[in-house]
Design a protein around this ligand. Structure first.
Ligand code: GSH
Length: 204
């Protein structure tokens, strides 16, 4: 299997954390890919017509894409329990969707600043994206701490851990920890997992 990836992509990081946590890293060949909506660069568009990573080529060549699909695939492949069962599974997937939504907004802010020309920057739009991040972080602090503090590793924790780390990576100036002591304390512990330490993005 070949995973098209970049060490700075937080969606790829979700997959890498699961590969490490479930002992499957050696089963996957990593292939570097990069690009933006304006320049798809080396994105594997033959696998994922959306031109995004992570994208996985299975051994028979079949593509899987979107981190949510790939994460679930590797959990099942390892007979893992990252998604729980019964009612809990829907809660965990909603938590994952919340974390991925934080990432979607946080990445659009980066693209606005890096990809759009200086004379086309739209500050209100950037702030609109940050409001989504802000309200979602408030929801994590208010409603999701029990799930995050659960003993058994779950997909919600992995997605939130990767999303918070990405905010530190690209939007450190926003001080997301302010007013969110429980989320901040949880993140500090989660970031110490071997799988998180091994997937810290390189500077740049
Ligand atoms: N929903 C997708 C997932 O969860 O896999 C989002 C993936 C995504 O946006 N990846 C970024 C990308 O490929 C890299 S961090 N961007 C290129 C583009 O948007 O053209």
């Amino acid at each position: 299997m070949k995973l098209f990836s970049s060490p700075t992509s937080p969606y790829v990081r979700k997959v890498l954390v699961i590969l490490r946590e479930t002992g499957q890293l050696a089963d996957v060949e990593l292939a570097a890919a990069g690009g933006t909506p304006l320049n798809p660069g080396t994105m594997p568009r033959d696998l994922n017509p959306l031109g995004k990573i992570p994208a996985l080529a299975l051994d028979d060549g079949q593509p899987l894409y979107d981190s949510r699909v790939i994460c679930r695939f590797f959990n099942e492949r390892a007979n893992g329990d990252l998604y729980g069962s019964g009612d809990a599974t829907w809660q965990l997937q909603t938590l994952e969707a919340t974390a991925d939504g934080i990432l979607d907004a946080a990445i659009l802010m980066v693209y606005e600043a890096r990809v759009r020309p200086d004379d086309k920057q739209f500050a209100d739009w950037i702030e609109g994206q940050w409001r989504k991040v802000d309200t979602a972080l408030d929801a994590l602090e208010a409603s999701w701490m029990d799930t995050l503090n659960g003993d058994a590793l779950n997909i919600g924790q992995i997605a939130v851990g990767c999303a918070l780390a990405y905010i530190d990576f690209r939007h450190a100036d926003r001080n997301w920890r302010e007013g969110r002591p429980n989320l901040a304390a949880w993140e500090a512990e989660f970031a110490k997992r071997d799988s998180m330490l091994a997937t810290v993005p390189p500077a740049g």
